[in-house]
Write a protein that binds this ligand. Structure first.
Ligand code: DMJ
Length: 643
């Protein structure tokens, strides 16, 4: 048979001409590239994607724009799971997960406890500088700062100046103070026992109805009261209770939840609580859990500016803005209250991404223009611009300022940017918000685009303590001024308590309409077991040792006992001005984590959680100062010395 060459058709292959073959191949390779590329756009859950793509971080590390957000006032109101707040979804911002960077446990509890007794000092507890490695990059075994590639608990302990629990667990020598401390411990045990009995594994106890509350803030995570209590139980020496809590975390804390969580609340309570438990006890399990949780929070930063949105689905990584926050904005007190925990996540994982994320926020906030030097509460995570000009040292703004000064302190006073930002913010606050009432009370008003609202929230009462702990590091000539301001604000907050019938303070008090330091609106009269006033007593006590702060703390204990203690726990009350108590049926987890811890510290010696070594996060979880002297490992130190 003769094959005749047809015109235009090659004699080889499928009978295509060379040029046709080339076009065909080009088409084929284009198709393959397209299919492979499409894999990147599939949701993380699609198996095909997992088969073809290794799990690496795909979010861009955004460095360079600026924004801020706030999102909290509602969260500070009595939390009611039956009335979830609306949320606005951010369009299509999902993200892949980082690979797990958790390391193998190396330290036993026994060994840790033995070290607790000693408090020796040598090796390195390092803070990775804000390097620009990609998300998946890990430090090599010994990088240019002399960091080792794994976190060493032993080294960390060696860098503490003092034993965390003091000489005798902070037991005061004065019998009356010790009795008061024992009373606070009993309150903790009572709260805990009732939580355990009626609400075990739920987020909070409803002490009147004797059941558990789950709420909508933690994205399906459970056990908020357990996580929030770990360190309080531990420092109080309630070891049986602590061990129950630890066992629950080990066996029942399920991080594979798929609900919408407040990034801020999960960070301050769960990340903060687990970090503190790890640093205090050396139990590797806490570290493993917190690393896993930290990774789940990262997709919230996947916005055009890198400013995270307020709500994140812990399963899919989709992030949202709170429905009530104007124009899809993020909230200053929320995105500004991540720094301490995220720096420690980097510290433990040796993955710089956490620090990069919060440094990006810092950079944006530093750069953006601020009206009168003030930081408004709402910022767009898309444009990086302020959304409205409401400024408050209370709800929506509060812990942003707290984290500036605490970042500086936690960095062993190396984080100069945080320091600068803190003192200039404070200067602007003093110039624009700090007021003196006709009756001589100093207070922090709120600012609405230049108009003052003469109202101070209970939340703003943390600022007495904050200004106090920052007094030493500003201009030396201002030290006394800051201490005086801190004392005046703490005094005003105490007045808001003494002027009520119950001797507990309202949610917000005003300085207009004839009254001073009292709530004038019915809706502001409630007290939900908040810690801020007692928090300031505790810091002011440590700073001044003025016995009045312990007396004021004791007044609060008596009032709590009288008006908030019910048969099965502690409950908030609806009106601090009436003696016929109406309870809100909620034992907030921050009562266990903060209110009772601050009271216990107030009646303890200063060597229990010494402030030379520890910074308390905004939920009162102790995080260690990252020691400059331990930055370098021995080899690098030797080298530095010989140079
Ligand atoms: C806590 O969850 C934290 O202290 C937060 O920063 C604001 N206040 C509540 C308790 O009042």
């Amino acid at each position: 048979m003769v094959f005749r060459k047809l015109p235009g058709v090659s004699a080889s292959g499928m009978g295509l001409r060379l040029s046709q073959k080339f076009v065909f191949l080009l088409f084929l390779s284009g198709l393959v590239t397209l299919c492979f590329g499409a894999l990147f756009f599939l949701p993380d859950s699609v198996r095909l994607k997992r088969i073809f793509l290794s799990k690496t971080e795909t979010q861009p590390v955004t460095v360079g724009s600026g924004s801020e957000n706030d999102a909290r006032e509602h969260l500070k109101r009595p939390k009611d799971p039956e009335h979830p707040r609306g949320m606005t979804p951010a369009r299509g911002e999902t993200s892949t997960r980082l690979k797990s960077l958790s390391r193998k446990p190396t330290v036993s509890r026994e060994a840790t406890e033995a070290r607790l007794a000693g408090g020796k000092a040598q090796e390195d507890f390092t803070l990775p500088r804000s390097r620009t490695e990609s998300a998946s990059a890990k430090a090599t075994s010994s990088d240019r700062d002399g960091h080792s590639d794994t976190f060493s608990y032993d080294k960390f302990k060696g860098c503490l100046l003092k034993p965390p629990l003091g000489r005798d667990n902070g037991r005061p020598t004065d019998p009356q103070t010790n009795e008061r401390r024992e009373k606070v411990k009993e309150m903790m045990k009572f709260s805990w026992d009732n939580y355990k009995r009626y609400a075990w594994g739920k987020n909070e106890l409803r002490p009147l109805t004797r059941n558990g509350h789950i709420g909508n803030m933690f994205g399906g995570l459970r056990g908020a009261s357990i996580i929030d209590s770990l360190d309080t139980l531990y420092i109080m020496g309630l070891m049986e209770e602590y061990n129950d809590a630890k066992e629950w975390v080990q066996t029942s804390l399920d991080l594979n939840s798929n609900g919408e969580a407040s990034l801020f609340e999960v960070n301050i309570r769960y990340v903060g609580g687990l970090l503190a438990a790890y640093y205090l006890t050396g139990e590797e399990m806490y570290k493993t859990k917190v690393m896993e949780l930290g990774e789940k929070l990262l997709p919230a930063f996947n916005t055009p500016t890198g400013i995270p949105r307020g709500v994140i689905n812990l399963g899919s990584g989709t992030s949202w803005s709170w429905g009530w926050a104007s124009a899809g904005s993020s909230i200053l007190a929320e995105f500004g209250t991540l720094h301490l925990e995220f720096v420690h996540l980097t510290e433990l994982s040796r993955n710089p991404i956490y620090t990069e994320k919060v440094m990006n926020i810092r950079k944006l906030l530093n750069k953006i223009e601020k009206p009168h030097g003030l930081y408004p509460n709402f910022l767009s995570p898309v444009s990086g611009n302020w959304v409205q000009h409401h400024v408050s040292i209370g709800g929506l703004g509060d812990s942003f300022y707290e984290y500036l000064i605490k970042s500086y302190l936690m960095s062993d006073k190396r984080d100069e940017d945080a320091k600068k930002m803190y003192y200039s913010a404070l200067e602007a606050i003093e110039a624009n918000l700090v007021q003196k009432s006709p009756g001589g009370l100093t207070y922090m008003a709120e600012w609405r685009g230049g108009i003052l609202d003469h109202k101070m929230g209970h939340l703003a009462c943390f600022s007495g303590g904050m200004i106090g702990i920052g007094a030493d590091d500003g201009a030396p000539e201002k030290r006394q001024h800051f201490l005086d301001l801190a004392a005046e604000i703490t005094h005003t907050c105490h007045e808001s308590y003494t002027r009520s019938a119950t001797k507990l303070g309202p949610e917000a008090f005003r300085f207009d309409g004839g009254g001073e330091a009292t709530a004038t609106r019915l809706s502001d009269r409630y007290y939900i077991l908040r810690p801020e006033v007692i928090e300031s007593y505790m810091y002011m006590w440590r700073l001044t040792h003025d016995p009045k702060y312990r007396e004021w703390g004791w007044e609060a204990v008596e009032a709590l006992e009288q008006h908030c203690r019910v048969e099965s726990g502690f409950s908030g009350i609806r009106d601090v001005y009436t003696l016929t108590a109406s309870h809100d049926n909620m034992q907030q987890s921050f009562f266990l984590s903060e209110t009772l811890k601050y009271l216990y510290l107030l009646f303890s010696d200063d060597d229990l959680l010494p402030l030379e070594d520890w910074v308390l996060n905004t939920e009162a979880h102790p995080l260690p100062i990252i020691r400059k002297s331990c930055l370098q490992d021995e080899a690098t130190q030797d080298k530095t010395v010989s140079e």
